[in-house]
Design a protein around this ligand. Structure first.
Ligand SMILES: [Zn+2]
Length: 335
């Protein structure tokens, strides 16, 4: 098991190896193309033909049947990524379990700082989509000491930790309707409509479309958001259920807030967040807990799984990233 302090040791040597394997953006495009279309061929967006021609390093492909262009990354996890090499580099560092902070990353890859942060946020959202009952639910209040950055959720003239109280108030204002209380404030009208038809009975996208009378494209996009915010749970086979309430999870693990405070394993997660990210906002707290899970749970995050998860996860837009709000109960792995 790696120690937190080992992460800085070798980011330059990991970078040198990466630069040999992926020397240019064109090489990155080729690798991404192979990743995306290894199992099923690229189909023309217009006529669905699989016959097309593409030059080395090109992000678009010309259909030989209708002559129209199809973007190879359209609708995928790599959708609209300006620099595919930087996305691959992020996977490379993560898979090598080498820690690199977003500032060094933006310098190395020569991309914007905001773009560097966005890549890691997208990946951590995909990691979060895989959370299950094996993880602990830890109240945001346990992270008080590392929450020192403002977000758009922070009230004017208040310290960032005020967000903890706000999210808790939201939870506790109507104890009988915990899930619904959160939703009123965070979900769009369509997401609410979909949430309302979800139950403990698995439903596929077609059935949800039928029950909500919404088009498939809206249902699919909304389900991603519902899943990310913990209001829908995707089962193997593509069916969705409404997840059990987060309070119930704590109970199942036999942990109260008090016992978690004294759990000797919690400080390692706090140290990770403090040392690696120099403090975070409550809004994105879950992202850092998700990265910790990835770094330390090697049996769950075996080599290659991250890429598969992101590939299956598909497109995440910038607006979905900024709309992300960590649940009050953070899902976390403890070592
Ligand atoms: Zn075509």
């Amino acid at each position: 098991m790696k120690n937190c302090d080992d992460f800085d040791s070798d980011y330059l040597s990991a970078w040198e190896t990466f630069a040999e394997v992926v020397p240019s953006e064109k090489h990155a495009v080729e690798i991404v193309y192979k990743i995306l279309y290894r199992d099923k061929p690229l189909r023309c967006f217009y006529c669905r033909s699989i016959h097309h021609s593409r030059v080395f390093g090109s992000r678009s492909s010309k259909c030989m049947a209708c002559s129209k262009k199809t973007w190879i990354t359209s609708g995928t996890f790599f959708h609209k990524a300006k620099c595919l090499r930087s996305v691959l580099a992020a996977f490379w560092f993560l898979e090598s379990r080498v820690y690199i902070n977003p500032f060094r990353f933006h310098k190395l890859l020569d991309i914007g700082y905001a773009a560097a942060i966005l890549i890691f946020k997208k990946i951590s959202m995909a990691i979060y989509s895989q959370t299950d009952q094996s993880l602990f639910s830890i109240p945001s209040s346990e992270f008080r000491e590392v929450i020192c950055r403002r977000s758009i959720q922070t009230r004017a003239l208040e310290h960032p930790v005020s967000e903890i109280q706000d999210s808790y108030d939201l939870l506790s204002s109507k104890p009988d309707q915990i899930e619904d209380t959160v939703i009123v404030d965070t979900l769009s009208e369509k997401e609410q409509k979909i949430y309302d038809v979800l139950s403990d009975q698995p439903q596929n996208v077609d059935l949800i479309c039928f029950n909500t009378e919404l088009p498939a494209s809206v249902v699919s996009a909304s389900l991603v958001m519902l899943e990310l915010s913990g209001h829908a749970h995707l089962l193997p086979g593509g069916c969705y259920i409404r997840p059990p309430s987060s309070n119930q999870n704590i109970f199942e693990h036999g942990h109260s807030e008090h016992s978690l405070l004294e759990d000797s394993r919690t400080p390692k997660l706090l140290n990770f967040i403090e040392q690696r990210f120099r403090g975070v906002s409550r809004k994105y707290l879950q992202n850092y807990a998700s990265l910790f899970w990835f770094y330390f749970d090697l049996s769950c995050w075996y080599p290659g799984r991250l890429l598969d998860v992101c590939k299956t996860f598909g497109k995440i837009s910038g607006s979905q990233v900024s709309a992300f709000l960590s649940p009050y109960q953070i899902r976390a792995y403890l070592v």
